[in-house]
Design a protein around this ligand. Structure first.
Ligand SMILES: Nc1ncnc2c1ncn2[C@@H]1O[C@H](COP(=O)(O)OP(=O)(O)OP(=O)(O)O)[C@@H](O)[C@H]1O
Ligand SMILES: [Mg+2]
Length: 315
């Protein structure tokens, strides 16, 4: 869409001028889209995995962050990415988006190599990715509604009233319906985080990358976010990578499943281990552990025990 035909008009220009350079470069493609992908496509058995890392190495100058990292995220599944501060979790998400390029190895999203993909093609791919940056990255010159609905306003032909309805709906999920016309500067840190979460979910993307979504949220809002993530995974078959420092939230999403029935509507129940929600622990530049929550908790490995001991609340 050209600048002149932008449905946000002059607002968009202000938005693009706002924020730091890194976010601005890929602004359009990072925001969630009005996805037209049929839901059943996510369940196609022949379809490639949602994300593949094959021997990926990455360094900032001489500071090596990832060494030969390999993992696969099948469609409609969840990977919960844990690791100490500085382990490289955010770097992994930025590599998936093509905001960073690996030094070696291959990264595939939806079967396509993103590590060498030109920016123009990356923007097309990002249309179906909902990203929550750790730092929220809202556009300060846009209202809450414009932030959340940005991509829908800009890149879908949906009537404005429909976009507004969807924006109200996702803001309602996370308890911010009454803040819809505020500016980000008028919100608390936790509220800004919730707006960013709503933005990532607004267009029902096929891949969600959430960087520490519940840190800084009150427990009730965090529970709402966890439930939304579980519903997207189990009812909409959205693939997700969830980076978190909140083991309690990680445990919740890996042990609860959403179901929908005619009689009961949508229900979220504790089910023990959810097979398609698995843990990855990043340590020392590689995937140090991959398995279920139960396997993680039972591991005798000294590093994992220390990591969990430092992170776990008293159960
Ligand atoms: N733009 C950058 N330039 C140089 N070094 C960077 C940059 N961004 C991150 N790093 C370094 O790369 C390493 C991995 O960073 P990353 O942000 O992925 O950590 P993280 O696992 O997400 O940590 P946290 O849990 O604190 O968010 C860290 O040592 C960090 O200092
Ligand atoms: Mg991080």
């Amino acid at each position: 869409m050209s600048e002149s035909s932008s449905r946000l008009g002059p607002i968009r220009r202000r938005a693009v001028d706002a924020g730091d350079g890194q976010h601005r470069v890929s602004f359009k493609g990072m925001l969630p889209s009005a996805s037209t992908t049929p839901q059943n496509q996510t369940q196609d058995r022949d379809a490639p995995p949602a994300v593949v890392f094959d021997k990926v190495s990455f360094a900032f100058d001489d500071h090596v962050v990832l060494r030969d990292v390999s993992f696969t995220v099948p469609r409609a599944s969840m990977r919960i990415l844990l690791g100490a501060s500085g382990a490289g979790k955010s770097v992994v998400l930025k590599l998936i988006l093509g905001l960073l390029r690996p030094d070696s190895g291959a990264i595939l999203v939806d079967g396509e190599r993103v590590d060498q993909m030109p920016e123009h093609d990356l923007m097309r791919l990002r249309v179906d990715i909902g990203m929550l940056f750790q730092e929220s990255a809202l556009f300060d010159s846009l209202t809450v509604a414009e932030n959340v609905g940005y991509r829908l306003y800009e890149e879908s032909d949906a009537p404005l009233a429909d976009v507004r309805r969807r924006v109200e709906e996702v803001l309602g999920f996370i308890g911010l319906g009454d803040q819809i016309d505020k500016m980000p500067s008028e919100l608390s840190g936790g509220q800004r985080r919730r707006v960013a979460i709503a933005r990532a979910m607004a267009s029902k993307p096929q891949l969600l990358l959430f960087d520490d979504p519940t840190t800084g949220l009150d427990p009730i809002t965090a529970a709402t976010v966890n439930d939304e993530v579980v519903k997207l995974r189990d009812l909409e078959h959205v693939t997700s990578i969830l980076v978190t420092h909140q083991i309690r939230d990680a445990q919740y999403v890996s042990t609860h499943e959403a179901t929908r029935s005619a009689s009961e509507g949508v229900e979220i129940r504790e089910t023990g281990t959810v097979e398609h929600a698995r843990f990855l622990v990043l340590h020392d530049g590689h995937i140090y552990f991959e398995g279920s929550m139960g396997e993680l908790l039972a591991s005798p490995d000294p590093y994992l025990r220390e990591f969990l001991f430092m992170t776990l609340p008293p159960w």
